[in-house]
Design a protein around this ligand. Structure first.
Ligand SMILES: Nc1ncnc2c1ncn2[C@@H]1O[C@H](COP(=O)(O)OP(=O)(O)OP(=O)(O)O)[C@@H](O)[C@H]1O
Length: 256
């Protein structure tokens, strides 16, 4: 890690009835880092994500974002503090247009309230115009501007994934969590995704926490990797260290 920790997770555990799905997981993500969590199916990766993102209340442990404790906060509060996520199965407002999805996403950030909106006072119109400009910039950045007025549900799957990332980025997060972003993408789209993640980090200074099964993407894009198995951490290391570690090889081969 090259910068101070943005996210600090320690001793995290999550119990579902008799099942300890996450058991003693700890890791830190630096402010400019791409950090991946990998592991066989059922290892507990998504559960860690759900705890960090405020979707589950952890059974134990602590989660700090920029030195402030966030465990137990609701997901929208966590998002307001700069931590946003995508989902394994893309979640968009499918009946709204592509552009509208990006306008709705900015709603919580707009400074003006209901009454200003009702009477369309100048400050409201200014913030609406800014929201529109932001949205168009992100559509350009993602290469999907030509689909601005199309229903989001009618976009090609790869474009839906890019729109979902744009919807996160438009809220100017400090940490972007991507849940299996390569799932369902073709090889070219996967290469584009790797370039996109690199650019998001370099041009917008966002840190990325990633769950991914596609090893070539994980190895190509991550600074460090946490490997989990049966809810427990096996190791954290650089991609080359992880690739060569016998425990990791065993965890994956043992699955077959
Ligand atoms: N809401 C829940 N209620 C009960 N058990 C759950 C719940 N969510 C996850 N589990 C269980 O916790 C364990 C870890 O699941 P999790 O989805 O976190 O794994 P994962 O590493 O993300 O797997 P995959 O790679 O298949 O997505 C599994 O045994 C799963 O069945």
């Amino acid at each position: 890690m090259t910068s101070p920790a943005l996210l600090k997770v320690s001793g995290l555990s999550m119990r579902f009835g008799g099942l300890l799905a996450v058991d003693g997981v700890g890791f830190e993500v630096g402010g400019d880092e791409v950090f991946a969590i990998i592991g066989p199916n059922g290892a507990g990766k998504t559960t860690v994500f759900n705890c960090v993102g405020g979707f589950y209340k952890p059974s134990g442990g602590s989660i700090f974002l920029e030195e402030r404790r966030i465990n137990g906060l609701a997901s929208h509060k966590v998002a307001q503090r700069g931590l946003v996520r995508t989902f394994q199965n893309v979640r968009l407002f499918k009946q709204l247009t592509v552009l509208e999805n990006l306008l709705v996403a900015q709603h919580t950030r707009l400074q003006t309230g209901f009454l200003q909106g009702l009477f369309k006072v100048p400050s409201y119109r200014r913030s609406e115009r800014r929201a529109l400009e932001n949205a168009v910039q992100w559509l350009d950045f993602m290469g999907i501007r030509e689909y601005a007025n199309r229903e989001a549900g009618n976009l090609a799957y790869g474009h839906q994934r890019r729109l979902e990332i744009a919807r996160c980025m438009i809220t100017q997060p400090r940490l972007l969590m991507l849940d299996e972003p390569a799932a369902g993408l073709n090889p070219q789209e996967k290469r584009d995704l790797q370039r996109l993640i690199d650019r998001l980090r370099k041009e917008f200074g966002v840190a990325v926490l990633l769950i991914e099964h596609d090893m070539s993407l994980v190895m190509g894009v991550s600074d460090r990797i946490l490997v989990m198995e049966h809810g427990r951490p096996i190791m954290t290391g650089l991609p080359a260290e992880v690739r060569a570690d016998p425990r990791v090889i065993k965890a994956y081969l043992g699955e077959e």
